[in-house]
Every structure is written in structure tokens, then in C-alpha cells.
Design a protein around this ligand. Structure first.
Ligand SMILES: [Zn+2]
Length: 185
């Protein structure tokens, strides 16, 4: 693994493929209160990943992919400025790393957690990867594509329609973005 890959993988304090503390045979937990706790914890990891984007003046967005058994498969943060790559969004990078970890592109049954509602490109990538569930923090009323402006992932014409769970730690996710844009003025 190159330096960059190692750094990306280690940032949330977990290596891809590693079992998370709550990992068991049923992920996410069936019980609503437990499920909410797990989503909160995962969003905390995504928020932590998002803060690393600030070092390169990238919009702070973080994402991760968790397997159907609750193991961490991939993480990503927005690196558009750092990499000068218009497609280097957090979700795309997390999905790519998850596919590499699994050794296959089908992320069936997986959950993608992201601090900001996915854009059209990322929503498309999520659907193409056959991710089962999107857990998002802040809604994006200007460019969101999982319910706000478009709903790419739940379009009736799509054959694969991931579940969308919105507003997890929404205030913190929104505050991180607002603070970033305030310092950019
Ligand atoms: Zn995106």
C-alpha cells in the first residue's frame, strides 16, 4: 500500500476490514434505539474524516462504507482541491476503497455514511455500487441528489434503490460546513 492509501485508511483510527466494536451478524441493529446509536457513532467517524479535508482547503465532507456485518470497508474525504480532481468526492473515494477491500465492485448490503447529502455524481456511484443504505448528516438544498433537489437513488425507474436515512447529527455536520464557508469569505 502506498503512503497515501495507508494514511487514508488509518485516519478514522480503524483499518478497512477491521471489525467495529458493534459488529455482529445483524447490521444495522434491528432495535431502533441501538440503530440510532450506531448511526451516530459512524457519523462521528465520518465527521472526523471530514475535518482532515480542511488541511487542503477542501470542503469538509467525510464518508465511510460499512459491510453488512458491520466492518469498516472504506473511508474517504473530499479531496477535490488536494488532488485537483473533480471526481474526488468523499463518497466516491470511500466506495472505491470499499470495493478494493472486498476485491469486488458489488457493495450489496453495505451502508454508506456521509456528512453531507450526496451530489448527482456520488448518488449515481452509490446506486451503481448497489449500496443498500445511505446514512447522511446535513441535507444539501442546493445540490443534494438523494431527496433534496434530485432523488437519484430512489428514482422509480431505477432497478436498485438504496434506503436513505437523513439528518444524522445534522447540526454538527451543517456547522462544520458553515464554519468552513465563513472562513473562505
Ligand atoms: Zn459528490
Amino acid at each position: 500500500m502506498d503512503d497515501d492509501g495507508a494514511r487514508q485508511a488509518s485516519e478514522p483510527g480503524q483499518a478497512p476490514g477491521l471489525a467495529l466494536p458493534w459488529a455482529d451478524d445483524t447490521f444495522p441493529p434491528v432495535h431502533a434505539a441501538q440503530r440510532a446509536q450506531v448511526y451516530d457513532a459512524l457519523m462521528g467517524m465520518a465527521l472526523h474524516e471530514a475535518t482532515h479535508a480542511l488541511a487542503s482547503d477542501d470542503v469538509p465532507v467525510g464518508a465511510l462504507v460499512v459491510s453488512p456485518r458491520g466492518t469498516l470497508l472504506g473511508v474517504g474525504r473530499n479531496r477535490r482541491e488536494e488532488a485537483q480532481d473533480p471526481t474526488a468526492h468523499a463518497e466516491v473515494l470511500a466506495v472505491r476503497q470499499a470495493a478494493a477491500t472486498l476485491g469486488g465492485w458489488r457493495l450489496e448490503g453495505c451502508t454508506l455514511v456521509v456528512t453531507l447529502e450526496p451530489c448527482v455524481m456520488c448518488a449515481g456511484a452509490i446506486a451503481l455500487a448497489r449500496v443498500a443504505r445511505v446514512v447522511l448528516g446535513a441535507w444539501d438544498p442546493k445540490a443534494g441528489a438523494t431527496g433534496s433537489v434530485w432523488d437519484v437513488v430512489r428514482d422509480r425507474r431505477s432497478t436498485h434503490r438504496p434506503e436513505v436515512v437523513g439528518g444524522v447529527r445534522e447540526a454538527e455536520c451543517g456547522a462544520l460546513l458553515r464554519e468552513f464557508f465563513e472562513t473562505q469569505r
